[in-house]
Design a protein around this ligand. Structure first.
Ligand SMILES: Cc1ncc(C[n+]2csc(CCOP(=O)(O)OP(=O)(O)O)c2C)c(N)n1
Ligand SMILES: [Mg+2]
Length: 1010
């Protein structure tokens, strides 16, 4: 007895059959058992003999009573029986019960054989890929296990698994509706069934899709891979493919010849990547796509730039010239990281298409969410809500795709309403190695692509040495995307002809693999031979194609020698037409005032304190908050949330799209924001008052993100790249969680402009403050951001022109810690009114959100007011600065603790407190004015963070530069520590008291040298 049959026996006994009845004596199938329209078909669950009998009687009554598949096999059973028996099995006889003892048994055998065959078909659909010939080298298995499923007929004896044997091979079987191997046929002999399944699932393509829980999608894929003869190419298509392979191969050959000792991370062993991408783009263009945004790692990048994006070859070649000086400021980047943007006509479709390849750092896969964010933004700004115009393609290395967590984070954005790009095509260059590490040491799952299964993306594994098979899966992938708007993965199983880079010796670590690779014929040669033998091209035509491309390369090489200077600017992946001058400079070096009229403030405030929809019932707690806002309005004051409302609302009014994304941002982690109101009576009814301000306002997007920082911050950074006319904010749940997105901060936000001359105005909102909440949830790690700020601590700048704007222009990012809602409001507005874009890091408060002292008056926000880089002391000490003994400089929340303590100690005449609101770039000019104002006073920097953290290491040398090193700035704050904050509330308060005491102990530093 086969496993299948014993399993069936067990099931039969368990009474799992859900046969239903529809009227007396009329058997039907319970619809719960299947979701296909042909519900009453043969299925594994239809094994009960009594069930078969019932079906049989129904069929005898009228063949139309049963599904056509039952009809077919009852007929089949009759036809295949001997002549002698036929008489006995005439329906009339059967009805009389004479053959009852034989027929059900016979029928059951037929049913079981059919079901066995159906299971066999299903086995190929599920597991056929395990035995597909995916590895061009034929020495490794593309999946790391050498697993041969026991239910695939790899040897004839395996028919026994199904209770079948060789004698069954020529019997004809009814095909289920879940296969397309029959083409027009509904029945096939078993031999042919197996042959066709092998052709569909075990050749050079391995299809992984049966985990998808959507019948329509599975049927679609089956139809694409099972229909006989579906993988056909015209001669013209074959010639195009050959020409593209020529370009791909000869480009690498050319670089290797000219710069044999340069790293270029060539594509050798996966040359088919270029025609593959071109096929995806052609098909997508045909389906209406106008813009393709791509992200990719090092391998083959120059080739993609040259032959897919069509960067001028001379521009690529001159990157190899070590003598060329860079024209642009900043560090620039190595040639295999640069991006590119190009509008062109797609030759296959004659339609315009824009291709951009995003610049990226070495950090593998980090660019994935960035590409997705930019794609989403382009879709958003074009109103492409269905993803019909803009799409993304992400390329991956096998090791990185399997190993990097950000891949998973990116996949998890793919179906979320505010983050979906409506289908990404992933292409894995699976050369079966990562640097020097074999797959079996680098991943725990069989394929490098298993991560895609979490979002039900189909995975097409394909042998990269079969260019037509590759083209076919690319074609299907593009059609899949345009049909279902879901992700899909193409796993190009290939090899790496050389070492990790061209200087590496691969024989050190993979000797046998590379012995095989040396023997491996180049794919171009193999494919050219094939087409020549088919008579599609002649040898002469092929050689002419090669010569033509070699000549193009030579001419470009000659032209590249005329280049005198390197322009990174020419490699911009996200140009912002009209925002800068044609030379790429800001149009001015000033910005308009950020204050607003009372009328506008009031209008926005009213929206913030009301519900814009009729019959909308909100929670009583939210109602109280809205009433509180109305009350503040009547007093012309704002708290933090209202200040933010005013900033966002006023930008929306001016046509600036505002997007706020992050974990729980809609309500706000601290329940202060409430940008989305939820109807308490109607499920999923909600409204966003900020979208009800003015009829012609820009849209506001506020979206709770998945619980990811790396993926989501990367996504928002990408979103912010698409347009300068958007305020894109990412808020961390607590500031310290940003460190799981450190790579986005280090590699893109801090250094992106220096490497790729590209502005980005993303805003990071990082809740920060020592409030006794323990080592986490306290510090947003200001020291990390300040340490990466590039303003020189030791150089005293010249205060020429608009110094504030010039400083902002020169810096790599802006770091602020606002102590008032008004200043927060201004800095958000300044971010957009500046004539250029810089990332803005804002340490945002927690307890200040509700602190009555931390409210601002409209007077600080109306016309004529602006962001204050420092807030000087405006109390008694500033009236009589000569009397002041100590000036405490600080930033953020600690100001309120200091001011309270000073008041209690009645030291308002003697101690001045100055707030540094913009920490970086350091406001040298304003600090200078303050230290001059209090020329006789002792200077103190006070922070609530530990000494080795916070701001001290950043501000100290800058203060000393202002003071020409003639006077100290004493430190007051917590002692150095390893953890950012104590977990013990008592210790927290004791620390606070200790440093508050020092701050106001006017002799604390007496006699100390500095
Ligand atoms: C995040 C990250 N970790 C480590 C590296 C160093 N590194 C560069 S290439 C490479 C191997 C990549 O293998 P794979 O993804 O298979 O791409 P291949 O080079 O084989 O095309 C490694 C480990 C890196 N660039 N990025
Ligand atoms: Mg690899």
């Amino acid at each position: 007895m086969s496993q299948f049959r014993s399993l069936a026996g067990v099931l039969r006994g368990s009474g799992l059959w859900m046969l239903g009845r529809n009227g007396p004596g009329r058997p039907v199938f319970n619809p719960r058992r299947g979701c296909s329209s042909r519900v009453a078909q043969l299925s594994p669950s239809a094994l009960s003999s009594s069930y078969v009998e019932e079906m049989y009687y129904a069929w005898l009554e009228d063949p139309k009573n049963v599904h056509e598949s039952w009809d077919a096999y009852f007929r089949n059973a009759q036809a295949s029986s001997s002549v002698g028996e036929a008489e006995e099995r005439r329906p009339s006889m059967l009805l009389q019960g004479r053959a009852m003892s034989q027929t059900p048994a016979m029928s059951q055998k037929v049913v079981e054989d059919h079901l066995a065959v159906h299971n066999l078909i299903r086995a190929y659909q599920i597991r056929g890929h395990h035995v597909a010939q995916l590895d061009p080298l034929g020495i490794l298995t593309a999946d790391i296990d050498s697993f041969v499923p026991s239910d695939l007929i790899t040897t004839i004896d395996k028919l026994g698994f199904y209770g079948l044997d060789e004698s069954d091979l020529d019997k004809t079987f009814q095909l289920p509706s879940t296969t397309f191997i029959g083409g027009q046929e509904t029945t096939l002999p078993l031999r042919e069934i197996i042959h066709r399944l092998e052709t569909s699932y075990c050749g050079h393509i391995g299809v992984e899709f049966m985990f998808i829980n959507n019948v329509e999608q599975c049927q679609w894929i089956r139809q694409k891979f099972e229909t006989p003869g579906i993988m056909k190419f015209t001669d013209r298509e074959k010639r195009t493919l050959l020409a593209r392979l020529v370009r791909s191969t000869r480009f690498e050959d050319f670089l290797a010849r000219k710069w044999s000792s340069e790293k270029r991370f060539g594509l050798e062993g996966c040359e088919v990547l270029i025609p593959a991408l071109k096929m995806i783009i052609d098909r997508s263009s045909a389906a209406g796509i106008e813009s393709v945004i791509m992200g990719m790692p090092h391998r083959g990048r120059l080739n993609v730039l040259a032959n897919v994006v069509r960067k001028d070859l001379d521009q690529i070649f001159c990157q190899f010239d070590p003598k060329l000086e860079a024209a642009d400021e900043g560090s620039g980047d190595v040639k295999y990281h640069l991006g590119m943007y190009h509008e062109r006509i797609n030759r296959e479709t004659d339609k315009n298409i824009t291709l951009s390849l995003m610049a990226n750092p070495s950090h593998l896969e980090a660019v994935d969410p960035v590409v997705q964010g930019k794609t989403k933004a382009e879709q958003f700004y074009r109103g492409d809500t269905e993803g019909k115009k803009v799409m993304s393609i992400l390329m991956h290395g096998d090791a990185a795709f399997a190993g990097q967590g950000v891949v998973y984070e990116t996949f998890h954005l793919s179906e979320l309403p505010s983050y979906t790009t409506l289908g990404t095509i992933h292409v894995v260059v699976n050369n079966q190695i990562g640097f020097t590490t074999d797959p079996r040491m680098a991943r725990s799952s069989p394929y490098p692509t298993d991560v895609a299964r979490v979002v039900n993306a189909p995975i097409f594994h394909v042998n990269a040495d079969d260019p037509e098979a590759v083209m076919y899966v690319c074609r299907v992938a593009a059609e899949w995307r345009s049909t279902f708007n879901k992700d899909v993965v193409i796993d190009l199983v290939c090899y790496r002809r050389f070492g990790h880079n061209e200087m590496d010796e691969p024989m050190f670590t993979q000797p046998l693999m590379h012995k095989q690779i040396r023997k491996q014929e180049h794919v171009l040669k193999k494919y050219a031979d094939k087409l020549i033998s088919e008579g599609v091209v002649t040898l002469q035509e092929f050689e002419e194609e090669v010569a033509k491309y070699d000549k193009i390369c030579e001419e470009a090489y000659t032209a590249s020698k005329d280049e005198k200077i390197l322009h990174i600017r020419h490699w911009l992946d996200s140009p912002w037409p009209n925002f800068f001058t044609v030379e790429g400079e800001p149009k001015c070096m000033s910005y308009p005032p950020t204050g607003l009229t009372d009328e506008v403030l009031k209008h926005i405030g009213e929206a913030a304190s009301s519900v814009p929809l009729q019959d909308f019932s909100i929670h009583s707690g939210v109602s109280r908050i809205l009433r509180g806002r109305a009350d503040m309005l009547s007093k012309r004051t704002v708290d933090w949330a209202l200040g933010e409302y005013m900033a966002f609302g006023s930008l929306l009014k001016d046509g600036i799209h505002v997007r706020l994304s992050g974990q729980d941002v809609e309500r706000g982690t601290f329940s202060h924001r409430h940008h989305v109101l939820h109807d308490q009576e109607v499920d999923k009814r909600f409204c966003v008052p900020l979208n009800h301000l003015w009829p012609d306002q820009a849209p506001y997007t506020v979206c709770n993100s998945s619980l990811s920082e790396y993926g989501v911050l990367g996504f928002e950074l990408g979103f912010a790249m698409a347009s300068p006319n958007a305020l894109v904010c990412w808020e961390a749940q607590f500031g310290d969680f940003h460190n799981t997105a450190q790579c986005i901060i280090d590699q893109f936000i801090s250094s992106g402009q220096a490497k790729w001359v590209r502005n980005n105005g993303i805003v990071l909102l990082l809740p920060h403050g020592m409030e006794g909440m323990g080592p986490e949830h306290s510090s947003a790690r200001p020291e990390r951001f300040l340490q990466m700020s590039k303003d020189d601590p030791d150089r005293y700048p010249e205060f020429t022109g608009d110094f504030e704007v010039q400083q902002l222009y020169d810096c790599n990012w802006i770091v602020v810690n606002c102590s008032t809602p008004a200043n927060y409001f201004h800095v958000l507005r300044r971010q957009i009114l500046l004539p250029f874009r810089k990332p803005l890091i804002i340490f945002t408060p927690k307890s200040l959100l509700r602190l009555p002292e931390a409210r601002s008056s409209f007077d600080e926000m109306t016309t004529g007011t602006k962001f204050r880089r420092i807030i000087p002391d405006e109390g008694p000490s500033s009236k009589n600065p000569g009397k002041v003994k100590r000036v405490i400089f600080c930033t953020g929340k600690v100001y309120y603790e200091l001011a309270k303590e000073r008041k209690q100690l009645k030291l308002e005449d003697t101690v001045a407190i100055v707030r540094l609101e913009q920490i970086s770039p350091f406001p040298f000019d304003l600090i200078k004015a303050e230290v001059e104002l209090y020329a006789n006073a002792e200077l103190v920097w006070c922070q609530e963070e530990h000494k080795n953290m916070g701001y001290y290491d950043y501000v100290r040398p800058r203060f000393l530069t202002v003071l020409s090193n003639k006077k100290p700035v004493w430190y007051v704050g917590r002692d150095p520590a390893a953890a950012p904050a104590t977990g013990n509330k008592f210790t927290h308060l004791a620390e606070l008291k200790r440093f508050m005491d020092t701050a106001f102990h006017l002799n604390a530093f007496e006699g100390r040298s500095f």
